[in-house]
Design a protein. Sequence first.
Length: 69
Amino acid sequence: MEDDANYALKADDRYYCPVLQWHYCLYYKLFRAEYSTHSGPDMIHTLMQRFASWNGVHDGMVAFQTTND
């Protein structure tokens, strides 16, 4: 809005106005880098690492149990 002469060009330029899908992909890319996957064996491995880290720093214990389901 500040650049009235070039508004139409900037509004159509993905550099200035990225599409919603770009934001969505970036969020999940960063989320996965920090928290790993949210299902499957990789999630179990990540949880076990975080539980071990938590138990090493805090007095309480985190227990973990898996099932075949």
